[in-house]
Write a protein that binds this ligand. Sequence first.
Ligand code: 13P
Length: 256
Amino acid sequence: MRQLIAGNWKMNGRLADGAALVGKLQQAVSGLECDVLICPPATLLHTLAAQLAGSAVQVGGQDCHTKVSGAHTGDISAAMLRDAGAAWVILGHSERRTDHGESDAMVQAKTRAAVAAGLSPIVCVGETEAERVAGAQDAVVGGQLIGSLPQDFAQGYAGVVAYEPVWAIGTGRTPSEADVAQMHAHIRKTLVSHLGEAGRGVRILYGGSVKPSNAAALLALPDVGGALVGGAALVADDFAAIAHASHAVAAAARAG
Ligand code: 13P
């Protein structure tokens, strides 16, 4: 399965540095055997999507509202993201769940809205450190998945899932390779029991302190379908290096 290397810029980037980053990236990742996506702040979406038109780098938003339009000051709908040039949207990121109290039910409504607008969602799940210490990570992540993904997506789900342990985000810490492999297998099993056959084809990204130095090992693990990258996505050379690591994994798989 072709991997997806997605960059979540979070609340970073202004016009000048965003355009410069994208300019470098465009050349550095052309022709790679993986999908490459950047999710800049909404203020830059339209400009960067225009700059990237015709290139291999796709563009996505970082959140959307559940409704198409209306009296919701400060919010942005999935249709508006699409109109600005986005093809993807990150939903249910742990920072949204924490900062804005987003529940699984809300993430599910947003996921529905995104698909209805023609966007591919990246639905994020992941346990806190306390939950992992308590051994509750499988139950927490399984519950988030079932709560966040509409079951009628059994007809087909165009999006992906991102496993981002909250304690690995921005900390420089990652789970062991065995723990990532175990969780991705658990997510696959949960997707198949929730969505049937459609759950087999859903890419499962890993996110949380992915860097050029650990990308090759993480991306080579079974059922890792790509990476959702935060800090390292703000440095063109680092993000490109992660995409190149994915390309190398694809080439090695092809060679058998
Ligand atoms: P870092 O790569 O900075 O740990 O962030 C991960 C993340 O939250 C991506 O959505």
